[in-house]
Design a protein around this ligand. Structure first.
Ligand code: PLP
Length: 401
């Protein structure tokens, strides 16, 4: 056997299913197939202009050396100020800048978990959570919403899932993949349940900007000093400022944990890219209110059009109330047993595969999100493409026999 055989830890990690599908859909497009890709995890807007300008200035100034491990002071301060819009009380010393929120989560679990510690995660959940937790030696324990509960979990369900090994409650609102947004009141009740059992709350708030209609974003660390003292806030510029490729995220936490994470980063990444850090300062310190609001309205229009179109397709059901992020989950189990071109749909994976093959529309089957009867639809694509995709979807379903 080859000595290069990956160790158990690495062998257990499959490639990201969403990234694989996205790559497959993009490869089909590159080969000339008119695929419309509704799998994407990023808003289809350009990077905000002040970020690009700040990066160009950084390069012109040769700002291209290692930075402090926790990030440049200007960015740590800008992140603290950015977070405190939501009522938190972070200082620069609480903030560690990382290569994306994903890396912030990796550090958080590595810093927090002992082998065998359990992390409670409301399902459906983002595909990377199980692997980020497992790599840090922990175990993801799903907290499943009751049927018809709108894909939201209750404090009672959290309490019932606690064991003596539970260390962390992971919250993610607005949620990937469902788009559900927990209200301030609901979040407080979940965080209180965590506090009763002395758990840490890791709150993934990467989609804080993308909240629509009457829903309001709430940050867990703004719910009071006791909760803030047990909370790790995760975020970044990826989604809000359309900067996924710049790889800047952060973790904000009480100083002791922030220092532990800084030490981890100092021996791994050293720090995120200096140029990207300057770009993030550009994004966070510019007056982008009107531009971000315009983008939010555009995305809201796409969200409403998607919900309306799906509601009119018999056999499909939008689950929960997708009031945030840029995804929703459609339950396709109503179509199980139907056929297309001699093939029977028996799962959400079959549905997604046939939809791509027959209608050139790519969606993500929900199995890896702990939503086996759903497909995730990302509605960030430009309106004309979205309209075309939804028409193809409706035609595909009406052709099922
Ligand atoms: N958390 C959630 C829920 C996400 O959906 C994503 C990206 O898809 C991330 C974190 C990671 O974001 P970043 O690009 O900042 O690493």
């Amino acid at each position: 056997m080859s000595p290069l055989r990956p160790a158990t830890r690495a062998a257990a990690v499959p490639p990201s299913a969403t990234a694989a599908l996205d790559a497959h859909a993009k490869a089909l497009v590159a080969a000339g197939v008119a695929v419309i890709n509704l799998t994407s995890g990023e808003p289809a807007f350009p990077t905000v202009e002040p970020a690009a300008r700040a990066a160009a200035e950084a390069i012109a100034e040769d700002f291209t050396r290692y930075t402090p491990a926790a990030g440049i002071p200007a960015l740590r301060s800008a992140v603290a100020a950015h977070l405190n819009r939501h009522g938190t009380a972070y200082e620069a010393e609480n903030v560690v800048v990382t290569a994306g929120a994903k890396q912030a989560l990796h550090y958080a679990f590595t810093a927090l978990l002992e082998p065998g510690d359990e992390v409670l995660v409301p399902a459906p959940y983002w595909v990377s959570y199980p692997h980020l937790i497992a790599l840090a030696g922990g175990t993801l324990v799903p907290v499943n919403p009751a049927p018809e509960a709108g894909l939201k979990v209750t404090p009672e369900q959290v309490r019932a899932a606690v064991t003596e090994r539970t260390k962390v409650l992971l919250l993610n609102s607005p949620a990937n993949p469902s788009g559900v947004v927990y209200s301030r009141f609901e979040l407080a009740a979940l965080a209180e349940a965590a506090a009763e059992h002395d758990l840490v709350v890791v709150s993934d708030e990467i989609c804080d900007h993308w909240v629509f209609g009457d829903a309001r974003f709430a940050s867990v660390a703004s719910l009071g000093p006791e909760l803030a003292a047990r909370t790790v806030t995760i975020g970044g510029v990826s989604k809000t400022f359309a900067m996924t490729g710049w790889r800047i995220g952060w973790l904000a936490a009480p100083a002791e944990l922030a220092s532990a994470v800084t030490a981890l980063q100092s021996h791994t990444a050293s720090a995120p890219s200096s140029v990207s850090q300057r770009a993030a300062v550009g994004a966070l310190t510019a007056d982008l209110g009107a531009e971000l609001e315009r983008r939010r309205s555009e995305l809201d229009a796409r969200r409403l059009a998607t919900i309306k179109a799906l509601d009119e397709i018999p056999g499909l059901r939008v689950d929960g109330d997708p009031e945030g992020a840029f995804f929703l989950l459609a339950d396709v189990s109503g179509l199980y047993g139907t056929m297309h071109g001699g093939r029977t749909i028996g799962s959400a994976a079959d549905f997604a595969e046939l939809l791509l093959a027959e209608a050139n529309v790519a969606v993500v089957p929900g199995a890896d999100f702990a939503a086996p009867d759903h497909v995730r639809i990302s509605y960030t694509v430009p309106p004309e493409q979205l309209e075309e995709a939804l028409e193809r979807l409706a035609d595909f379903v009406s052709d099922l026999s």
